[in-house]
Write a protein that binds this ligand. Sequence first.
Ligand SMILES: [Fe+2]
Length: 220
Amino acid sequence: MVAGHPAAPGSGVGRVPAAKPGVLPAAARLTRHALTEVAGLRRLPPSAEALLSELDAPPRLAAHLRAVHDVACAPVSWVERHHPEAAVDGDAVKFGAATHDIGKVLHPNELSGPGSAHEPAGRELLLARGVDERLARFARTHAFWAEDGIELEDLLVSLADEVWKAKRVPDLEQLVTERLAAVAGQEPWEVFLALDDELDRIASGADARLAFQASYPVSA
Ligand SMILES: [Fe+2]
């Protein structure tokens, strides 16, 4: 069960009062809450959390990034345990998951509808904030996992962005499997058997994550 928090304005219950001088406005308070509520989810890396606060990220976006980041931590540690030879940059994957949709700060309509303007915009936003290309790239690549030359780290962020809501994407999982099988010298089916179990385990927690995300408004 997701812990309660101030209900969204307009929900009729627990309306967030108007901000007083020196007090964060409602949207910022909800975003703060989305970033810090325990809710069984890990906190974002401090640099990502600070960026989202500075940028006045919409509460729904903060909640989404919490959910995807939390999920990304699982395949990262699974790869580190089962395929250390892949030498995956786990901190990069976690930062990437925590910021992959940050371009929706500039394109909030893409929080509730389709659109891909947030992808290049997110990378540019991170670069403008002094984030290295090595970490900023995920804001674009999370949508381009089928591109040639994509790194395993990028594939893991894309995978987390699907499996957090229990969505399984066979082509994406196949790419991850092939990449790991190549470095491990194993048969792809052998790698996939174990990966599939891990993804099933992660997907089983989707309902709580979906409820957490939905409990925060797109705007306040
Ligand atoms: Fe996402």
